[in-house]
Design a protein around this ligand. Structure first.
Ligand code: IPE
Ligand code: IPE
Ligand code: MG
Length: 243
């Protein structure tokens, strides 16, 4: 009997988030300084963003610097704080070519004035693009994001712009950095760590989670395809029953 291999049905997630982890260990394995890993990690943002755009992902959120990463040695933090400048000059043409719109999530208060201006410029330049939304989470912490939403709601109640009874999930959604993005479908953490490290804690509520061993600088287009194939095989029930 002839057995035909069934073609796999691939569902492209609308919104994928990736924790860009493992830069330091990637470099160490090669006998390089940790900063070389960060450099390679930034390069990989371009490769994966372009691939995501090509396969039709609508939004890609990348965790690039957390509110806790300030605790690292000064030379490493300084190096990471110089990356936005490089990001702006090196990726400009490629992102334009692929119609990628760039936005940033995170605090704008602690980073330097210069970096604030760079992030504003990148956002402004790409704001009318219709392709993939590349959401770079920089000085981002999920708890910080939720706290500022709570403060805003408290303020709105105090100023009688809303009432306690009117507070609901949508109101919170609309106060998060991700308010304009589709619901998160798939969260990927490379590098073997099985934790969220303060990333998208609210948004992850019904996302599928995918962990792999590859360090971020080596995370290839094929790895992303593999994660999406695995996502396609999952059954999402959202608390209901099997469809
Ligand atoms: C992720 O790589 C990049 C940032 C957190 C900025 P790491 O620097 O955490 O690399 P590992 O986890 O030490 O290998
Ligand atoms: C999470 O990675 C933050 C980013 C990738 C930006 P970390 O390397 O900082 O996380 P922990 O310390 O292992 O939890
Ligand atoms: Mg790490």
């Amino acid at each position: 009997m002839f057995k035909r291999k069934q073609a796999e049905i691939i569902t492209i997630p609308k919104h994928i988030a990736i924790i860009l982890d493992g830069n330091g260990r990637w470099a160490k394995r090669r006998g390089l300084p940790r900063t070389a890993g960060h450099q390679a990690g930034v390069e990989n943002i371009k490769r994966i963003a372009v691939h995501a755009a090509k396969i039709g992902v609508k939004a890609l959120s990348l965790y690039a610097f957390s509110t806790e990463n300030w605790n690292r040695p000064k030379n490493e933090v300084d190096f990471l704080m110089n990356l936005p400048e490089e990001f702006e000059t090196r990726f400009r043409d490629e992102f334009e070519k692929h119609d990628i719109k760039v936005m940033f999530s995170g605090r704008k208060t602690k980073i330097s004035r210069k970096n604030q201006e760079i992030l504003e410029r990148i956002t402004e330049r790409s704001k009318l693009r219709q392709g993939l939304v590349l959401n770079i989470c920089f000085d981002y912490g999920s708890k910080e994001e939720i706290v500022q939403a709570i403060k805003q709601i408290a303020m709105n109640v105090k100023e009688e712009k809303t009432t306690i009874e009117a507070i609901d999930e949508h109101m919170v959604d609309d106060l998060l950095y991700t308010k304009e993005l589709p619901q998160l479908d798939l969260l990927i953490r490379p590098s073997g760590e099985i934790r969220l490290s303060n990333f998208l804690l609210w948004q992850v509520a019904y996302a599928e989670l995918y962990f792999c061993e590859t360090f971020w600088p080596a995370f290839s287009e094929r790895e992303l395809d593999k994660a999406i194939a695995e996502y396609s095989r999952r059954e999402r029930r959202f608390g209901g029953l099997k469809g």
